[in-house]
Design a protein. Structure first.
Length: 240
């Protein structure tokens, strides 16, 4: 029986990496090193646990777990529904569509795809990190100097529409589009490369929001330097 449609590949055994022992040994070593590292950290540092909950001692502020502090930080800069539902949902949908947008097989399995990809990754990380941190500081400065009151007085719907919807949406879309334009102009980026830029920018913003929410937000969710954040729980024993 003829097998004209079957393509036979002559592959030598020495070109094959076996699951055992090549992969499983590396995974076992990595798991052991990770476990030893956790053991050393847990033995050297006490867990940052607070006292038992009591109605006489409410933390200020009550923070979410660290992996959700990026969303809690985002809530401070725009409408709650926009920050907590719309933005995360749109980003998850966008990530799901990436394989359909970038259908090229070129550079698959190669870190950053190309030298251009590495340059674009570094630039996008710096771009997103600096802009995100600068916008957080600018927002805190403007609110401390009466920006909300000024917008409420001189713009229709200024107290809600401008700071909670218009400005955040314009900034998020505008800076993302600007990033794509920059990498296309400077490095003549193809679809894969500008997608790398967008994804790198997202990761950088995620990390900045997490660090700020974890280490720079104190009582009242006010902004502090990491080394001067006051205690969030200040409770005193009752006098008797």
């Amino acid at each position: 029986m003829r097998q004209d449609s079957v393509v036979r590949v002559d592959k030598r055994v020495e070109d094959t990496a076996m699951v055992w022992p090549h992969l499983l040994v590396i995974e076992f070593i990595a798991a052991m090193l990770w476990s030893i590292g956790l053991f050393v950290i847990s033995a050297a540092f006490n867990a940052p646990l607070q006292d038992h909950q009591t109605p006489d001692c409410t933390p200020n502020p009550s923070k979410a777990p660290w992996y959700l502090l990026n969303l809690q930080e985002l809530l401070l800069h725009m409408d709650k529904g926009l920050a907590g539902v719309v933005v995360p949902t749109l980003w998850l949908v966008f990530m799901a569509t990436i394989p359909y947008i970038d259908r090229s097989r070129e550079g698959v399995g190669i870190w950053f795809t190309s030298k251009n990809g590495l340059r674009i990754t570094i630039f996008a990380a710096a771009y997103a990190t600096l802009l995100c941190f600068s916008l957080i500081l600018l927002d805190a400065f403007l609110k401390a100097h009466g920006y909300i009151e000024f917008a409420s007085e001189y713009f229709p719907g200024g107290k809600q529409l401008l700071p909670n919807y218009v400005i955040p949406i314009v900034i998020m879309i505008g800076l993302s589009v600007l990033l794509v334009i920059i990498v296309q102009r400077i490095w003549d980026a193809n679809t894969r490369e500008w997608m790398i830029a967008i994804f790198t920018g997202f990761i950088s913003v995620y990390l900045v929001l997490t660090v700020v929410g974890t280490s720079m937000r104190g009582p009242g969710m006010d902004l502090f330097t990491p080394w001067s954040v006051p205690a969030t729980s200040q409770c005193y024993a009752p006098h008797g």
